[in-house]
Design a protein around this ligand. Structure first.
Ligand code: AQP
Length: 332
């Protein structure tokens, strides 16, 4: 259709202050695609309301997430940066795809199981069908590759299954997307409980390092990180806390597990934790400075949202028009 270039698509929910999990798993890798791909990066505010949000906070974080995209090196002249609720085709395609997604498939999604346990008082249908809205996000743009953290791989695989099912009935509708998981970066885990994913909605602020935390806070949080009773800096399954810190250190410095183990051989946890904190703070400092510059000009951010929404709508409406026609909806 509009495919003279490969397409990359991804999104982040403005559901809390963004963490180094979001940064290492997703944001940091987005700009690597900008050279060779046509990129769409979305602030997925419609996904965020599967969990109750305070409206003023959701609004503020939507601006902040867009500013962070640019602060992480995304150039709005090259990539389409926009807000999901500004492009109505997402919700409309999600309904269509709901009718091509099986109840059993959604029941197996790990995130649904985790989030319904965490928000037991609000297990709404949106939480359940979240992966279908995500499939709509991806398929609307005829996406080839989806850079995500490992925790989202299952959702991208479901997106492929839905697309295959739809294409079997209505050939040549959707491109089949592939997840792209950054090398060397595992799922970033909570500093307080390294068996749990680091999440922006965690109530324990010491379990999470936020992209916008200052240097002292970052180092303090790492120094308090849960490790284990021996003192060896080595990655292994029975050392989830240390393995997580090695992974974070690798994410910020580009060093492999082996290089990190060698660098810190014979040193104690205290020194290692401080080094992880310093590497993290040093990598984030320029991002934080650019973020502040973008946030200082709200009118410019709004102009960017508007332009991004217009660009995204142009692509999204072409795919949705094709879907509507194939389904047999009357075209006026
Ligand atoms: N801990 C993590 N490790 C690696 N990657 C991660 N991502 C999130 N947490 C980690 C990646 O960040 C991108 C955006 O995620 P999202 O905002 O769409 O939702 P999420 O995965 O549900 O992130 P959170 O922080 O856990 O949000 P809440 O607390 O609101 O549920 C995705 O590519 C994700 O893989």
């Amino acid at each position: 259709m509009f495919k003279d270039q490969k397409i990359s698509y991804s999104g982040v929910q403005p559901s809390g202050n963004l963490t180094i999990g979001n940064y290492l798993g997703a944001l940091k890798n987005f700009k690597d695609f900008a050279r060779d791909y046509k990129c769409f990066y979305c602030v997925v505010d419609e996904h965020a309301i599967t969990v109750r949000q305070v409206p003023a906070d959701l609004r503020r974080r939507t601006y902040e997430t867009l500013a962070l995209y640019m602060a992480c090196g995304l150039d709005p002249e090259k990539s389409t940066l926009y807000v999901q609720s500004h492009v109505r085709e997402h919700a409309e395609l999600a309904w269509v795809l709901d009718c091509f997604t099986m109840f059993g498939e959604l029941s197996r999604m790990t995130q649904f199981k985790d989030k319904s346990a965490k928000h037991a008082d609000n297990v709404n249908a949106g939480l359940f069908t979240y992966p279908v809205l995500m499939a709509a996000d991806i398929l609307l743009y005829q996406t080839d590759v989806v850079p995500v953290g490992i925790d989202q791989k299952q959702h991208v695989e479901l997106t492929r299954d839905i697309a295959v099912r739809f294409n079997q009935l209505y050939p040549d509708t959707f491109t089949l997307p592939e997840p792209y998981i950054a090398k060397n970066v595992r799922k970033i885990m909570s500093l307080a409980d390294p068996t749990k994913k680091m999440s922006k909605s965690d109530e324990n602020v010491n379990a999470v390092v936020y992209i916008l935390d200052d240097k002292d806070t970052i180092i303090r949080k790492f120094r308090r990180a849960v490790t284990d009773s021996d003192s060896e800096i080595r990655a292994s399954e029975d050392k989830p806390g240390v393995s997580n810190l090695i992974s974070i250190y690798g994410g910020f410095t580009g060093k492999s597990v082996e290089e990190t183990e060698k660098e810190f051989a014979g040193l104690g946890y205290g020194e290692f934790k401080t080094a992880v904190g310093e590497a993290c703070a040093a990598a984030l400092a320029p991002v934080q400075q650019r973020f502040r510059d973008y946030m200082a000009d709200k009118a410019q951010l709004e102009a960017q949202m508007k332009r991004g929404a217009e660009e995204a709508s142009w692509y999204a409406s072409r795919t949705l028009g094709k879907v509507r026609k194939k389904l047999g909806f009357v075209q006026l």
